[in-house]
Structures are given as C-alpha cells and as structure tokens.
Design a protein around this ligand. Structure first.
Ligand code: CAA
Ligand code: FAD
Length: 379
C-alpha cells in the first residue's frame, strides 16, 4: 500500500490551494450574501484547467486522475463550496458522462468546450416528485421522427440558470419503468425551454439552483446519449463518480472549518491563556482532525478504485455518507470553538456550516447512500 501522492497529484492540490486563496477567498462572503453567481471566478477556473480536470487532453481536458480531482475539490471547497459544486457538476457529472458514453460527434461538439469551461454544463435528473425516488421520472421525450419532443419539469438544477448545455433524463417508454428512461443533451437556446425561478438557499448560495420547464422542446436524435432506455443506467453510473466529487466537497468544508478553528484557538485567550491550552478545546481539535483524516482516506480510496478500473459505487457512497457527516459535525464544532465570533459572517465558519448541510442531501441523500451501500453488502 502506498499513501504517497505523485508529483502530478501534489501539483494539482497545490495549484487548487493557491487558486482558492488568491481568487476565491476575496469576495466569498459578499457573493454568498448576495447569492451572486461567481461568473468571473468560474471563467478563471476554466482557464486554470479546473473545469475538465479528468477529460482526455485530446478533448482539451487536463488528463488527470480522480485522486488529483479529489485533492483539488478539497482545496477549493475549503474556501468556496459554491464554486466547488459548480466545478463538481461540470467535471464529474457532465464531462465524465459525455466522455464515457457520448458519441464522437457529441464529444467534438460539446465536450471540447465544456472541458475548458467555455461552456458550462448541468445534470438534470431530479423532478418535483422524483428526487430520491429517481426512477419515477415524469418528463417525457416522444419520438418525432428525426427528433424527440421533450415535455416536463426538472427541479433543483445546479448551474440551472448559468449553464449552456443540459444533460436531461426523460421517459421514452414509460411502460418499461426505469428501463424506458433515456438521456439527452439539450441546448439552452432551444425553443420551449424555460429556466424557472432561482431558489433562495440556506447554503452554497452563490451557485444557482433552478427549476427548468420543457414544453415541446425539439431535441435532434443525434443528441440522445447511448441507446434508448440507457438513461437511468447513465445517470446512476455518472452519479457513482459524482458522489466522489461531493464527498471531496464535504471533506473540504470540514477541513476548511477545522483549519479556521485551529488557527483561532491559538489566538483567542480566556482565563489568561490561549483557548487551545484548555483540554476541552484540544479534544475537539483531536476529534476533528481524526475524522477529517478518515474521511480523506475514504475519498481517496473511492478515487483510487475508480482510477484502477475497479468497482467504486459502494466506496463512493461510503465516502459521501461519511464525509458529509464529518462536514456537519466539524463545522458545528468550529463555530463552538469560535464562540460568538463563529456566529457572524466575518469568520467564515458560519458559511461553512450552512454549506455543509447540502452535502447530506444532493447527489443522493445520506439515507439513499445507506441503501446503495447495504444493497452492495447484501448482494
Ligand atoms: N450504480 C449503478 N447502477 C445502479 C446504482 C448505482 N449506484 N443504483 C441503482 N442502479 C441500477 C440498479 O442496478 C437497477 O438496474 P437494473 O434494473 O438494470 O438491475 C436500476 O438502477 C434501478 O435500481 P433499483 O432497482 O435499486 O431501484 P430503486 O428505485 O429501488 O432505487 C436508487 C434506486 C438507488 C434509490 C436511485 O433512485 C438513486 O440513486 N436515487 C438518488 C437519486 C440521486 O442521487 N439524485 C441526484 C441528482 S443529481 C444532483 O443531486 C447533483 C447535485 O446536487 C449537484
Ligand atoms: P425526497 O426524495 O422527497 O426525500 C425526503 C426525505 O426522505 C429525505 O430525508 C430522504 O433521505 C428520505 N427518503 C426518501 N426515500 C427514502 C427511503 N427509501 N428510505 C429512507 N429514507 C428515504 N438534482 C439534479 O438532478 N441535478 C442537480 O444539479 C441538483 N442540484 C441540487 C442542488 C441543490 C441545492 C439541492 C437542494 C438539490 C439538488 N438536486 C439536484 C436534487 C437532489 O438530488 C434531491 O434534492 C435529492 O436527491 C433528494 O430528493 P428530494 O429533495 O425530492 O427529497
């Protein structure tokens, strides 16, 4: 067993750390407060190669492994979890799904520009009545000869208002249940495609989450990904990798909160000494550091399995389940260590606390991760 990172992996981590400190930290509180989409920052992330890290260089990607991606996601999430979810959706849901299952023509037309961040992608599975119960898709895509007619509503779509390209799951044959779901590439400019209102969220407020409405949207047949009926498997396989990205986001939120708490505990004095000299605070720090390290190992193991071509679905679910729990617990304790100062925006930990919660909900709630894990165990 080798826990040593390669030079390339270390470089990816360090580049992301520098980028986050220099370009994401300035203005992060204001962007969160105003819920303003980080357009400039996302453009820079594309230029720096963070929007298509794992894509083959032939399609303009970084050609990096999943371990490097996890390391970069952790660093960016320490500072700005809104930017990291935008990055995660583009990398591990949209680019990965297209590169793995898209046709050559689809890759030429879309992937090349998604990998550089010139185009931004969104992944559209959830509906008002199909969140955890994702097989209950109501959106339909009816065969119209050389095209499909798309009708329905998607909910909670990250990058919903800012994306250019949307991967949309829809029923092409409802009688077949989840085996009748297909996946499509939909361009924003399509007639009949309306972006609904932006959600006013608790956390990751600078990322934009929208419902999307489709009314008789014509999708050319060549924009179907894979065969008819492949859409649910496409979504599940893509989410197996996506969950590693969100696990790394949760890890970064936890590590960011811990680093702030550690630094603060050395500066803040009570009863004549820094609070880090009180054993109660030391024990909190020890628990936080231990749990973060365990979460990191799970994230890296899931990434390693994916990079090695081994089955990683259970490990990605475990990594997400555990890291998101650690994010919630660590952010809570980080506020506690800051006392009253932790409760105000200036010290960043209250934002990390609000951002942590979503990691237990999206890309499959914690309860759904337990279903995925236990089904794997009992199979
Ligand atoms: N990997 C591969 N295949 C999987 C899978 C996985 N992790 N989970 C399920 N499948 C396959 C099953 O093998 C089965 O295929 P076959 O019928 O061909 O054997 C098929 O999917 C249906 O599975 P089940 O019979 O187990 O169906 P179910 O309804 O009992 O459970 C579920 C399915 C696992 C709960 C699934 O609906 C699920 O994962 N729900 C959560 C949805 C989710 O994660 N949404 C995220 C949206 S994207 C997002 O959130 C992005 C963001 O925030 C940034
Ligand atoms: P429900 O499915 O209604 O679940 C409600 C509660 O019941 C949860 O606690 C759940 O765990 C529990 N529950 C449900 N079924 C079971 C069961 N069988 N056993 C035990 N407990 C169960 N979706 C996309 O497709 N693309 C995106 O880009 C995207 N981005 C998102 C961004 C944000 C900010 C948010 C809030 C959501 C986003 N989602 C996205 C949707 C997200 O994936 C869903 O919210 C999530 O899958 C849960 O679905 P739901 O909200 O309908 O909750």
């Amino acid at each position: 067993m080798n826990f040593q990172l390669s030079e390339e992996q270390t470089a990816a981590r360090d580049a992301a750390r520098d980028f986050a400190r220099n370009h994401l930290l300035p203005g992060v509180i204001e962007r969160d407060d105003k819920a303003s989409f980080p357009k400039e920052q996302v453009k820079l992330m594309g230029e720096m190669g963070f929007m298509g890290m794992m894509v083959d260089p032939y399609y303009n990607g970084g050609g990096m492994d999943t371990v490097s991606y996890v390391l970069a996601m952790e660093e960016i999430s320490k500072i700005d979890a809104s930017c990291s979810v935008i990055m995660s959706v583009n990398n591990s849901l949209v680019c990965w799904g297209l590169e793995k299952y898209g046709s050559e023509a689809q890759k030429e037309k879309y992937l090349r520009r998604l990998a550089t961040g010139e185009l931004l992608g969104a992944f559209c599975l959830s509906e008002p009545e199909a969140g955890s119960d994702a097989t209950s898709q109501k959106t339909t895509a009816e065969d119209g000869g050389d095209h499909y007619l798309l009708n329905g509503t998607k909910n909670w779509i990250t990058n919903g208002g800012s994306a250019d390209i949307y991967l949309v799951m829809a029923q092409t044959d409802a009688a077949k249940g989840h085996k009748g779901i297909s996946a499509f590439i939909v361009e924003k400019a399509s007639d009949g495609f309306v972006v609904g209102k932006k959600e006013d969220k608790m956390g990751i407020r600078a990322s934009d989450t929208h419902s999307l409405m489709f009314t008789d949207v014509q999708i050319p047949k060549e924009n179907r990904i894979g065969e008819e009926g492949f859409g649910f498997r496409f979504a599940m396989e893509t989410l197996n990798g996506g969950r590693i990205g969100i696990a790394a986001q949760a890890l970064g939120i936890a590590a960011g909160a811990y680093e702030l708490a550690l630094g603060y505990s050395k500066e803040r004095k009570t009863f004549g000494k820094p609070i880090c000299e009180h054993q109660a605070i030391q024990f909190k720090l020890a628990d936080m550091a231990t749990e973060i390290e365990a979460a990191r190992l799970l994230c890296l193991k899931a990434a390693y399995l994916k990079d090695s071509g081994l089955d990683y679905s259970q490990f990605s679910a475990m990594a997400k389940l555990y890291s998101s729990k650690v994010a919630m617990e660590t952010a809570t304790e980080a506020i506690q260590i800051h006392g009253g100062y932790g409760y105000v925006k200036e010290y960043h930990v209250e934002r990390l606390f609000r951002d942590a919660k979503i990691t237990q909900i999206y890309e499959g709630t914690s309860e759904i991760q337990k279903i995925v894990i236990s089904r794997g165990l009992l199979k």
